[in-house]
Design a protein around this ligand. Structure first.
Ligand code: CA
Length: 577
């Protein structure tokens, strides 16, 4: 890159310009100086610094902890979704368990910020750990008992203690929409007039309606029909019944107070209460969640209430806007990220990023690539490591609170049926992949043997190494972790670019989604928050980069940060001093 830079007329101009400008910049973190109103009479107000004397006043109005009270703990976290059954088996029965996860916590975060050998995630979402007859656990039979195949309540508490000691917060899946058909509540409810009769949703007059896709949602039991949206084995609870609500409030308190979790991921949150044939996003569902969230906060003000709202960005964000949930997963951006990489279309990704940035309140969007319900990102990107690393860079430099699904960081593959997107983690190149000494509950996938933690740890170019450095990059830069998002226009159609800014730090992120290098990149920011005399420091990508020349409106025109952006490459520049 350097030979391009030293020979181009533009770079010579920039070298001269750089020599002339002051290096002072508004990009420096604002110092916590007291407001001038607090000065005593006669005090001297200091003269403006050179940065304040630039044609455009520096804009200190960037998001920060002081804007609306302390930031929630999850704002700067990087979450990791764990399927306990498939993560690590400690006792040789082929089933992953809580002790296995605890034993592997150092892989996720060893608690020492100085080391770079761990992944560096700072929060975990555990898929259901409550007793269930199924392998996945989304049909609960006892909300306050740890799934015996995973261990005991003491094992869970030991996991919590070990996680917290490493600076990892833990949230658990809470499945409130339905129980297992084997739950004692439902077995009792099958008797009309029993104590639990009204805990579920019944029809005595035939099938009232079909699901939105025409699927069967009412199921015969004796001479009645019960409502079960997802599967006949998972009857929907009647959350309009105050007894059910108060019981589930108690379940939440149990996990917060007794088990010490830091919050919940609410499964199927948009489906809680039906209204006639309307099976999702009903006003009653919003109201129920708002009440549940407020009661959780009354118990533990810092508990996270995250919801799965499998819907468009406009709908999932509305749950956050209306105070029903703290955070929702954004499926719109997740899908757009992968489809835009597949098509090499930077503009479509930029549009989805903009929609997310505009739809959610601050710190309200949970971002991800795929989860346990979707074909793995490696499959969707044809197991191309460059595309997987690009996807990771978009997720981990982007707006929102990022979630990584276990195995994504090593490029594990898997496509539906569901069991095959939830296969055992590959820890090493041995026959059992280090998951279990026994035959695993589900066979390992058929990935090449080198796709595992140990082998990829030794390869600086592996997908795992990219995840480690990207997570560290995000953790080290508040502009990436929680900065606002301003779109930057690119002349190259395969490029998406944005400015991220927080706590006085300004970062430019530029990604080439295409499969060929870009050599005619020009960036434009019509008006922006830039001011003073920015530098340009590479945080990710080639070292030789140019500094933007600012317009009078705090943006730039025809900015060529690099002569060449490689295929699938993300460039991250710090534009501070
Ligand atoms: Ca086990």
């Amino acid at each position: 890159m350097s030979h391009h830079l030293s020979s181009s007329p533009l770079s010579r101009y920039l070298a001269i310009a750089l020599a002339l400008v002051l290096v002072a910049s508004c990009g420096a973190p604002p110092s916590p100086t007291p407001a001038t109103a607090g000065l005593s009479a006669g005090a001297t107000i200091p003269a403006p610094s050179p940065a304040e004397a630039t044609p455009r006043a520096c804009d200190p109005d960037v998001p920060g902890a002081t804007a609306a009270g302390p930031a929630p703990w999850w704002r700067d976290r990087i979450f990791y979704e764990v399927f306990v059954r498939s993560f690590a088996d400690s006792d040789g029965d082929g089933i992953g368990d809580l002790r296995g996860l605890t034993n592997r916590l150092d892989y996720l975060n060893d608690g020492d910020p100085a080391t770079t050998s761990d992944l560096g995630v700072t929060a975990i979402w555990l898929m259901p750990v409550t007793e269930s007859p199924s392998y996945h656990g989304y049909d609960v039979t006892d909300y306050e008992r740890v799934e015996p195949g995973y261990g005991t309540a003491d094992d869970f508490k030991a996991l919590m203690e070990a996680a917290h000691a490493r600076g990892i917060e833990v949230i658990v899946d809470l499945v409130l929409n339905h129980t297992s058909i084997e739950h004692p509540w439902f077995q009792d409810a099958r008797k009309p007039g029993s104590e639990h009769d009204d805990w579920y949703v019944w029809s005595t007059t035939g099938v009232p309606f079909a699901g939105p896709g025409g699927q069967r949602v009412w199921h015969k039991d004796g001479d009645r029909w019960y409502y079960a949206y997802f599967w006949e084995g998972m009857p929907d609870l009647n959350l309009a019944n105050p007894d059910v609500t108060s019981t589930l409030d108690g379940v939440a308190r149990f996990w917060l107070d007794e088990m010490g979790v830091d919050g919940f991921r609410l499964d199927a949150a948009r489906h809680l209460i039906e209204d006639g044939k309307k099976t999702e996003n009903t006003p009653a569902t919003f109201a129920w969640l708002e009440g549940f969230r407020s009661r959780v906060k009354a118990d533990r003000p810092d508990a996270l209430v995250l919801g799965e709202v499998y819907d468009a960005t406009s709908m999932s964000s509305s749950y956050v806007r209306e105070g029903a949930l703290d955070l929702t997963f954004d499926f719109g951006l997740a899908g757009a990220t992968i489809s835009s990489i597949r098509s090499g279309d930077g503009a479509s990704l930029g549009a989805a990023q903009q929609e997310l940035a505009e739809a959610y309140p601050a710190d309200g969007a949970a971002t991800f690539l795929t989860n346990h319900d979707q074909n793995r990102v490696a499959n969707q990107l044809d197991s191309d490591p460059a595309a997987e690393k690009l996807a990771a860079s978009i997720l981990l430099t982007g707006h929102g609170v990022p979630f990584v699904y276990y195995g994504e960081e090593i490029g594990m593959t898997g496509h539906k049926p569901d069991e095959q997107i939830r296969t055992p983690m590959r820890w090493d190149p041995t026959g059992g992949a280090g998951f279990s000494s026994a035959t695993p509950w589900e066979p390992l996938n058929d990935d090449p043997v080198e796709r595992n933690v140990a082998t990829e740890s030794a390869d600086p170019d592996s997908v795992l190494s990219a995840y480690r450095s990207l997570i560290r990059l995000r953790a080290d830069h508040p502009a990436l972790a929680h900065g606002d998002w301003t779109p930057v226009t690119s002349t190259a159609s395969s490029v998406v670019a944005a400015l991220r800014q927080a706590d006085g730090e300004t970062v430019l992120v530029v990604s080439n989604l295409g499969e060929t290098p870009v050599t005619d990149l020009e960036l434009r920011l019509a008006s922006g928050p830039l001011c003073g005399s920015p530098a340009a420091k590479t945080l990710l990508g080639p070292a030789d980069v140019r500094v933007p020349t600012l317009t009078a409106t705090g943006g730039f025109e025809g900015y060529v940060p690099v002569d060449r952006l490689e295929a699938r490459e993300t460039l991250v520049l710090g534009l501070g001093s």
